[in-house]
Design a protein around this ligand. Structure first.
Ligand code: DSN
Length: 421
């Protein structure tokens, strides 16, 4: 464990000036290093991305777009934004990229604004079947301001029911159909969704936040050739800074840019934009492509090993970076499993499974993902060990047993240091 990743002298200055905050930075680094990070939406960015994030670009206001800013003095940040835009277009083969959204939810607000008006009908995946808050949850702006009709998965296969999706599209004539989810372990058939959108004249929106990193690494098919618009976060498998991004067909470029600024945001966070540019350059390398494939191999190994421990993989397995696991066979609910694993140094999340009899605060499942452990260099053998640690933690009420498992977790993670380069 070293404080050097915070750039030596600057960290020393911070620790003198603000010991409370510098101590949080160090203890969070220790938490990330010593525990197992299995939250499917988290990862470890490179030191180069962290350097861009902690830079003087944070000081600059840059409302507008490169070459068309509201304030002067943007000549340097313009270069960073142009690099991010060009790298995104080239990596994904997209006509247009907007790299300014502060987050995935912000990117989604811009998508609604570009293509719909309050009260319009939108078809999106239901949250209890794996969707996202911004896909029409009643507690979110999307559910309050739009008539969101939800589709889900079939009960027998736990895969998207494209027949139901088409029937709902024909019956409700949505302005926009959204594909994408936060807890769906299978691939989406973008060709089928495109055909349904064409049949009813809907905009095809893909919220690719969870899997865009796998697309970037050419490990799974891309939605970009099919979709009118693709929104995503940049900090999941993609391994960039916390933030959002939107890709669009040329015909929608102006609408998307107007929706982001001035429609939804003020000044972009230029240090984050520079961090996105750095991450996109990393994603274009053979090393990253291998990483993306390894993430899936590891997720499949972890999923299979958890099945071997008496748990059930929703939809029979995974084709992506995450697995959704029905743990009812262990006699423990998701909330208790999440707490026990947390006490054993295994950071994962409870998650509803499709048609879950439990409330969302309890759940019958857990979600596990492999982006972070794969970045650390763990492989299939470690996934088998992790499955056994999870199984033992879930099944144990005894704090001393959980403490013992935590020691095993620390022994494992100490062999795969983060930020050691
Ligand atoms: N919170 C993210 C996730 O964990 O999937 C989605 O926004």
């Amino acid at each position: 464990m070293t404080k050097d990743i915070f750039y030596g002298p600057d960290f020393d200055l911070l620790s003198k000036q603000d010991p409370e905050i510098s101590s949080v930075l160090l203890s969070e680094l220790k938490r990330q290093q010593t525990n197992l990070q299995l939250i499917a939406s988290e990862n470890f960015t490179s030191r180069a991305v962290l350097a861009a994030l902690g830079s003087t670009l944070s000081n600059k206001y840059a409302e507008g777009y490169p070459g068309k800013r509201y304030y002067c003095g943007c000549e340097e940040v313009d270069k960073a934004e142009n690099l991010a835009i060009e790298r995104a277009k080239s990596l994904f083969g997209a006509d247009h990229a907007n790299v300014q959204p502060h987050s995935g939810a912000s990117a989604n607000i811009a998508v609604y604004q570009a293509f719909t008006k309050p009260g319009d009908t939108v078809l999106a995946m239901s949250l209890p079947h794996g969707g996202h808050l911004t896909h029409g949850s009643p507690v979110n702006f999307s559910g309050k301001w739009f008539n969101v009709v939800s589709y889900g998965v079939r009960q027998d296969t736990e895969l998207i029911d494209y027949d139901e999706l088409r029937d709902l599209a024909i019956a409700n004539k949505p302005k926009m159909i959204c594909s994408g989810a936060t807890a769906y372990p299978s691939l989406v058939d973008f060709e089928k969704v495109r055909a349904i959108c064409d049949e009813v004249g809907a905009i095809m929106w893909v919220d690719a936040a969870h899997f865009i990193g796998l697309v970037a690494g050419k490990a799974i098919p891309s939605p970009v050739p099919y979709a009118d618009v693709v929104s995503f976060t940049t900090h999941k498998v993609l391994r960039g800074p916390r933030g959002g991004m939107i890709l669009a067909k040329e015909a929608h470029a102006a609408a998307i840019d107007k929706a982001v600024f001035p429609g939804m945001q003020g000044g972009p966070i230029m240090s984050a934009v520079a961090g996105k540019a750095v991450a996109l350059k990393e994603c274009a390398t053979p090393e990253y492509q291998k990483y993306a494939k390894d993430v899936i191999v590891n997720a499949q190994a972890l999923c299979t090993a958890l099945e071997g421990e008496g748990m059930r993989a929703v939809s029979g397995g995974t084709q992506t970076h995450l697995a959704l696991i029905d743990i009812r066979g262990t006699g423990v609910n998701g909330k208790v499993a999440d707490e026990r694993c947390g006490n054993a140094g295994i950071v994962l999340n409870k998650n509803s499974i499709p048609f879950d009899p439990e409330k969302p605060g309890i759940t019958s499942g857990i979600r596990v993902g492999t982006p972070a452990t794969t970045t650390q260099g763990m492989g299939v053998e470690e996934m088998k060990i992790i499955a056994s640690l999870i199984s033992r933690a879930i099944r144990s009420e005894d704090p001393s047993v959980l403490a013992g498992i935590k020691s095993e977790v620390h022994a494992l993670t100490s062999k795969f240091p983060i930020y050691n380069a």
